[in-house]
Design a protein around this ligand. Structure first.
Ligand SMILES: Cc1ncc(COP(=O)(O)O)c(C=O)c1O
Length: 378
């Protein structure tokens, strides 16, 4: 038995994922946190910090900066200086800070859709337009729409918002796609914010390629956002890192967040140190478990008439094409059958559903049984 088979009762913890369906028999498979306990090394780090009993304003620990620099170097061959790192409360705040600080009045952002929904709202939060470029797909395999992006760029286009690995379509952008993106960015004088929060949730031995490493020519135009929250299941604690090489961009980013995001929670520092220093053995076990969940899910979905699943290279999120079922409210349909999924419209993908398979296998089996039964009964 794997540690991830353990079913942990999350009731009474006010968790966003389970609260939505409190007092119902609906299994929540929507928001992106997993139903697994965090690594023991992280729990122990929090325990130690709690025992100290003093929780004052806290500076980014020099030790964390060194751990994170070492992590980038070892995992991705990416060398950064200490001053290139800025700790922020979360990746979503980072996306919003980038829109606020890097766009001038009248300038717009661009992103490929469907995409994690805060991408769709961040530019508008500061009065900027968002140009949406639909991803390309062949048999459930998605590709970044490089040529369309290039065509879409106009005089006001300024900030490309990348999601890599790509939630919800599960793609890891490859060197060819990133090369094409790099050329477009230089040709149209764009800046880039690259959300790489899912960079450690990669499958089948694939290694994430950070935009900064694939396209060194973009480093002066780039804000990369990373965080341990998805990989180590720490979303409720928060904490992220913005990596910005260009001092002028760094200054603009810092100014845009000044007085608004506040200090990073001291527990975020503790969990980042523990996760990036000692979390790798746990992460490897997690990946093996998620791969087998993904394969199980893919086999079950294949047997369901009217649904197809994407090729999930990364993330614990499956993107299900349910258009052939001809339902006006697919999320509601499966909810009535006891399964709570994310409606694709939220991500700019109507006709699709997103299923979070970061849960014990027994729960996933029950979910597949219920979905199959809903379809058979309809
Ligand atoms: C692509 C992406 N970015 C950011 C986040 C959330 O980041 P944070 O909780 O650090 O704001 C998520 C959560 O699902 C995500 O999928």
């Amino acid at each position: 038995m794997s540690q991830f088979d353990e079913v942990v009762d999350r009731s009474g913890t006010h968790t966003t994922k389970w609260e939505r369906y409190r007092d119902t028999n609906i299994l929540p498979m929507w928001v992106a946190d997993m139903d697994f306990r965090a690594p023991e090394v992280v729990i122990e780090a929090i325990r130690r910090r709690v025992e100290h009993g003093l929780f004052g304003y806290t500076e980014p620990p020099a030790e964390l900066i060194e751990i994170f620099r070492g992590y980038l170097d070892q995992r991705f061959g990416w060398t950064v200086a200490a001053e290139e790192l800025m700790f922020i409360p979360g990746v979503v705040p980072g996306l919003n800070i980038a829109c606020r600080g890097l766009l001038d009045p009248g300038q717009s952002a661009l992103t490929a859709t469907p995409v994690y929904y805060p991408f769709l709202t961040a530019p508008g939060n500061f009065g900027h337009e968002l140009q949406r470029i639909p991803v390309e797909s062949v048999n459930g395999r998605y590709r970044f729409p490089g040529a369309s992006l290039d065509r879409a760029c106009g005089p006001g286009s300024r900030l490309l918002m990348l999601c890599n690995p790509f939630n919800p379509v599960g793609r890891m952008l490859d060197q060819v796609e990133l090369d094409q993106i790099g050329e477009t960015v230089l040709r149209h004088d764009l800046l880039v914010v690259s959300d790489e929060i899912h960079c450690e949730l990669t499958f089948d031995g694939r290694r994430h390629l950070p935009t900064a490493v694939a396209c060194p020519e973009l480093r002066d135009r780039l804000v990369t956002l990373m965080a341990p929250g998805k990989t180590f299941n720490l979303a409720g604690i928060g904490g992220a890192v913005a990596i910005i090489s260009n001092p002028e961009l760094r200054e603009r980013f810092a100014r845009a967040s000044s007085g608004i995001t506040g200090q990073v929670n001291l527990f975020s520092y503790e969990v980042m140190m523990a996760a990036y220093r000692d979390g790798e053995p746990w992460r490897r076990e997690l990946i093996a478990y998620l791969e087998s969940n993904r394969d199980y899910l893919a086999a079950r979905i294949e047997a369901m008439v009217g649904i197809t699943m994407n090729d999930v290279q990364a993330t614990y999120l499956a993107w299900l094409d349910v258009r052939a079922l001809g339902l006006s409210d697919a999320a509601g349909f499966f909810e009535r059958g006891g399964v709570g999924l994310s409606d694709g419209s939220q991500f700019g993908g109507p006709g699709f559903l997103r299923l979070n398979f970061g849960c014990p296998r027994s729960q996933l089996v029950e979910v597949c049984d219920r979905m199959a039964e809903s379809i058979t009964r309809a």
